[in-house]
Ligand binder design. Structure first.
Ligand SMILES: Nc1ncnc2c1ncn2[C@@H]1O[C@H](COP(=O)(O)OP(=O)(O)OP(=O)(O)O)[C@@H](O)[C@H]1O
Length: 335
């Protein structure tokens, strides 16, 4: 509903939009490591029930933000709230409801996948001992590891290790799941599996926060996105709003393209012909007015839709200056 984009790309924020309950929020969040500003005044909103993709180039602060959200790292400045609890102080209350796959979980190389999960399950405060084997088998099944469950972890492929990590997160029902680069190193089939699991969690009403530097990944799986660049959130909001934000144009499919172009020109509405149809500029003219002008002139409008940019375009526009790391530029002499 609401989104914010820096770098001059205006998005219409609905003033009367109802406040969306947030599963997590940060305000003025900052982390400085010996002179390197990893995260710089980040105000992040993770709406309840959203699948929020935290997108940013290497070193943009995704992992550090996630670690502060989970109370694994104490912020230098700022506030963090997770499921309504201040972090890190509220960790004991918030974390049992949060499944997180951030650092490689500490699996034992010589134990089987199943035995590793049994160990994890034993540490879950909400799992009674009698319920552990069934919970472990269900989690293995859910990530497609049942067949390999009794093989040693050491012999697992990277994809299988990722799946086992995910299984450890899914041992008990969660209100929120946090996944740091979950498709790293996975083949296309593994990636599809992760997407499926994220979609299932979303359908169950679980809030999902997932970091990625893969644009297609975020575009395919997320309802919301936050774009990080050198420790700052440069855009956040609903994915569809953000995709439309930098691109106030209406794409009109019509067999009367020439008449449409002429009509728009006469009405001083910017337009150009594209292989997909006539693209009318909405910067100065609202979409209903464009359609009215066209229809009045006898243009057969077969289809009209807000032009959407790819996430790749948006990301390139927002992060154009620096897509590497921030180490050279962000040092501020703090520690
Ligand atoms: N423990 C640490 N000590 C010192 N610097 C750190 C530490 N952790 C992160 N940094 C620095 O903070 C910045 C942000 O790192 P972070 O890992 O949060 O980025 P990221 O967006 O998750 O990157 P990637 O996509 O490569 O995982 C980087 O410059 C990194 O070198």
């Amino acid at each position: 509903m609401t989104s914010t984009v820096d770098a001059g790309a205006a998005v219409s924020n609905e003033a009367a939009a109802p406040a969306v309950p947030l599963a997590a929020r940060t305000r003025g969040l900052r982390k400085v490591y010996r002179g390197t500003v990893a995260v710089d005044h980040v105000d992040l909103d993770v709406p309840e029930g959203a699948v929020l993709g935290m997108l940013g180039p290497n070193g943009s602060g995704k992992t550090t933000t996630i670690r502060m959200l989970l109370g694994l790292v104490r912020p230098t400045e700022g506030e963090v709230e997770l499921l309504g609890r201040p972090m890190p102080d509220g960790a004991a209350h918030a974390l049992p409801d949060v499944g997180a796959l951030v650092e490689g979980p500490g699996f034992h190389p010589f134990l089987s996948g199943r035995d590793n999960l049994l160990r994890f399950a034993a540490a879950e405060p909400r799992l009674a001992s009698a319920a552990i084997p069934a919970a472990v088998d269900a989690a293995l099944e859910r990530v497609g590891l049942t067949v390999a469950a009794r093989r040693r972890y050491k012999g697992y492929s990277l994809g299988m290790k990722q799946r086992l990590g995910l299984a450890s997160v899914l041992l008990v029902p969660r209100r929120m799941v946090v996944l740091d680069e979950p498709t790293n190193g996975l083949d296309p089939a593994g990636t599809r599996e992760i997407r499926r699991i994220i979609a299932e969690l979303h359908a169950d009403g679980v809030t999902v926060l997932v970091s990625s530097h893969l644009l297609a990944e975020v575009e395919a799986t997320c309802t919301h996105v936050a774009v990080l660049q050198t420790g700052n959130v440069v855009a956040q909001g609903e994915l569809t709003d953000l995709l439309e934000s930098g691109n106030a144009a209406l794409l009109v499919r019509t067999p009367d393209a020439e008449l449409a172009m002429e009509t728009l020109r006469e009405n001083r509405i910017g337009a150009r012909l594209t292989p997909d149809g006539v693209r009318a500029d909405l910067t100065a003219t609202p979409a209903p007015r464009v359609l009215e002008v066209l229809v009045r002139a006898g243009v057969a409008v077969h289809e009209a839709a807000r032009a959407r940019t790819g996430l790749e375009d948006l990301f390139a526009r927002l992060t154009q200056a620096d897509s590497s790391t921030m180490d050279d530029t962000a040092a501020e002499g703090e520690s």
